[in-house]
Design a protein around this ligand. Sequence first.
Ligand SMILES: Cc1cc2nc3c(=O)[nH]c(=O)nc-3n(C[C@H](O)[C@H](O)[C@H](O)COP(=O)(O)OP(=O)(O)OC[C@H]3O[C@@H](n4cnc5c(N)ncnc54)[C@H](O)[C@@H]3O)c2cc1C
Length: 338
Amino acid sequence: MPITRRYNYSLRSHNTFGLDVKASQFITYDTVDELITILKEVCDKHQHILHIGCGSNLLFTKDFDGTVLHSNIKFIEYVSRSNQEIIVRAGSGVVWDDFCAAMAQQNHYGCENLSYIPGEVGAAAVQNIGAYGVEVETIIKEVETIEIATGQPRVFQVEECEYGYRDSIFKNSLKGQYIVTAVVFSLSATPVVNLDYGQLKDLRSLAQMPTAQEIRDAVIAIRKSKLPEPSQLGSAGSFFKNPVVPAELFRNLALSYNEIPHFVINESEVKIPAAWLIEQCGLKGKCYGGAAVYEKQPLIIVNKCHATPAHIMQLASLIQKSVRDKFNINIYPEVNYI
Ligand SMILES: Cc1cc2nc3c(=O)[nH]c(=O)nc-3n(C[C@H](O)[C@H](O)[C@H](O)COP(=O)(O)OP(=O)(O)OC[C@H]3O[C@@H](n4cnc5c(N)ncnc54)[C@H](O)[C@@H]3O)c2cc1C
C-alpha cells in the first residue's frame, strides 16, 4: 500500500481506550523514503505531528489538530547468527507480539517475558516496555530513526537511548524530534531466562529448562487472567507509574501498614506498587462517568461505558488526590496525555 492520507479521521480504532477523537490528517507509510517525503510536506506546512503505534499507551484528551503518522514498515530480518547471539532487525510497524512470537518459535531467548504487551516495535523502543522482571532495553542494540526537522537518518546505540523505568531519551530531551523506523535486537541462542516473577516461578520446578515458547505461553496465560483485553474493554494498561519514595517515608508508612508491598531500590529509595496504594484508598471499581478503576487490577483505568477523555482525566485526578491525601505520595501517569 502506498502512502495513504485521511482527513478529519476518527482515531477510535487507533487508541485502545476506544475514544472517538479525530485527527485533522492521518497518514500511513510503508517505507523510510515515504516517511521522509511526508515529513518534508508536513514540516513545510508547519503542522503539528504525532507519531502513533497501536495507541495502547495514549490518552487523547481532545481532537488532534495536526497530522497523525503511523508506520507500516513491517519486516523481521536476521543480521547475524552465531551459537550464542542472534542479531535481528525489525521494522517499527511490526506488532510487538508478532515479533515475540517469531523469536519464541525459533527458541531465541530475550523477549519471551515481554510477550503479549500491546503495541508495535517502534513504540516498544520509545517506551522501554517491561514486564515480569525484563525491560526491552536489555535486548535492544540499536534504534534506527529519522529526525523530523531534517529528514536525516540517525542510529542510536542503546547506551545513547538513556533508558530508565518506562523511560527513554525519546520521551524526554528528544521528545517529538525523532521517528523510530526500525530496531536492532540482540537475542540469545542459549537459554537466558528470568523466572523470578510471581507465577513464572512455577516453571522453575520443571525437570528441564523451559523453552522460550513455554515461557511465552505461561506469560500469555498470566496476562490473559489479569489484564483487560483491549478489544473487549478499553484501557491503556497501567495508568500510573509505581512511585519511588524516600526510605524514611516508607519506614513511617510501614509502622501503620506492616504488610505494605515494596521493592528496595537502594539505601535511600523504595518503590511501592501504585496498585496497592490505590486499593488502600478504596478505589477499586470506582466509576466516574463511563470510566472506572478496573476491579481485577486497580492500576488500570478502563472505558467501562462510553467514557469521554474528560471522564478518564477526572477519575485519574481523583485517584492521584486520594493517594496524596492518604499517603503523602504523588503518583504520575505512565500513559501519554495527548
Ligand atoms: C492491556 C494493556 C497492557 C499493557 N501492559 C504493558 C506492560 O506489561 N508493560 C509495558 O511496558 N506496557 C504495557 N502497556 C502499555 C503499552 O502496551 C506500551 O506502552 C506500548 O509500547 C505502546 O505501544 P503502541 O504501539 O501502542 O504505542 P502508542 O501508544 O501509539 O505510543 C506510545 C508512545 O510512543 C510514541 N511512538 C509510537 N510509535 C513511534 C515511532 N515509530 N517513533 C517514535 N515515537 C513513536 C508515541 O508518540 C507515544 O509517545 C499495556 C497496555 C495495555 C492496553
